[in-house]
Design a binder for this molecule. Sequence first.
Ligand code: ATP
Ligand code: MG
Length: 589
Amino acid sequence: MNTKTPPNKNSAPAPASHFIRSIVEHDLAAGKWAARRWAGTPGPASVQAQAALDPAAIRTRFPPEPNGYLHFGHAKSICLNFGLARDFGGVCHMRFDDTNPEKEEQAYVDSIIDAVRWLGFDWTYAGSEHLYYASDYFDFMFTAAEYLVQQGLAYVDQQSADDMRVRRGTLTTPGEDSPWRERPAAESLRLLNEMRAGLHAEGSMVLRARIDMRSPNMNLRDPAIYRIRKAPHHRTGDAWNVYPMYTFAHPIEDALECITHSICTLEFEDQRPFYDWLLNHLADGGLLTRPLPQQYEFARLNLSNTVLSKRRLIQLVDEHHVSGWDDPRLPTLAGGRRRGYTPEGFRLFAERIGVSKANQWIDLSVLEDCMREHLNDIAPRRVAVLDPIKLVIENWPEDLEVRCDAPNHPQHPDWGKRSMPMTRELWIEREDFSLAPPKGYFRLFPGNAVRLRYGYVIECIGYDAATDTVRCKYFEDSRSGTPGSDNYKVKGNIHWVSVKHAYAATVRLYERLFRAEKPGEDGDYLNDLNPDSIHTITAQLEPALRDAPAEARFQFERHGYFVADQIESQAGAPVFNRTVTLRDAWQKT
Ligand code: ATP
Ligand code: MG
């Protein structure tokens, strides 16, 4: 491993090994990237060739297109790319792949920056920021396209889209050359510049690489590399009438940024030959420096009972199947954050699922377990009654208030205790009382005694149907923590809050967004939506919760982990979302 101590602040748990990590280790041991230069800024050979050796051992990048919010799948890629850079003394560039003007917006750029930072990563290395935009490279990309034309490696094609499709052939039949394929370079160059100047209509012509219409790899059958789009771009405005295709732009972005390991998902495996074709030609022509970036592919994350595709997430939002991009049921990072998921939980998840070349589905419960593990450690304990029924202690004096101490966290005694007022009237869970108890029921029923957690032992003496109230008496010498409490042997232990002091809060409970494990497997994925994925209730909470700031996380004893909603909580009136239950209940239903 590299022995430099890099100024890279990103922190995370001890990394597990996987094939990409092995590649990086091998490359570093072999000194594969040792002679690379870096001018301190992205650029072509004219900028990099004379620069100093790159102090970063490797360069990776996270290159989202700003056409939507990031989802849990992106978290895997973020943890991988930023994690490798951190672990090997390198840097990960944050790069917006903004080559598609119609679909991209500044608002998405902002949300992506927020989400990556929230996950705990940054792009500062040795005191400088590595935040880049593909659109900043449009000039060089166009120069590279002109160079290819001059070399007879690209041509302007004026076939109709249909003709182009037909001539492309299929996986089993070779393609055929375009009638424009042999046009002189000078003519293509003139047309390319006219395209740029806006003299031709959208769709009337494209620039194609000139490779091999008979290649078994369809991606090498003269792929389109520039097309006409007269749409304003969120950063370059009206400057361009032509935009590069992703397959042309992406390798160039990597090369200009001196990326070493360009890591993408498996769908791009068949693009790798074009990636290498393009960069090698540009390096041969002296436009780029060697060593060139290398592309590696890994299996994308598929998560059960949800969808991880921006296109589908956009549809769910636009058609109001959810309340917005940050709906706590959505697998966006903004939604996960509102749900109460933690950055540490996501990083643990990324480590646990690993990185491989085999496409597989991960059960959502794996992610939930990671969240539970982290929340169990960091979430203070509180008491909440989600389905309240009133209980009156008939022998308790009207005005008596007793402060009962409850620990904030059983494994962190140093977090201290808070006190909860106990009074004559309490809220308890409806399921903790039964008039006709089933066998083995240890909670309240007429004639049975239970302990009120952190308080007294009470015995049920009846139920008043008119007021829906459980009637009890208490034993004065039974208080928890006093010598007399040992004389009472009861099996049930239930939680409660004082009616007089309780905070009646809006609490949202969530189920899976999709009923099907693999939404869309048998038809339209929208048919698999769970119609019952949210329950909004009014719960009675212990008074301390009234002051919970937005995004404060708690374990509500017996009910799971909850977070004060980031958006809707008001000072003194938080709204709570259930992040995850204490145990996995979904499997059993
Ligand atoms: P989508 O299909 O959801 O639109 P995308 O791949 O088009 O995703 P980009 O914005 O291009 O989205 O993705 C940025 C990076 O995140 C890419 O390097 C991509 O490989 C990675 N990525 C996207 N989805 C996943 C996923 N499900 N698992 C792992 N990595 C992913
Ligand atoms: Mg995409």
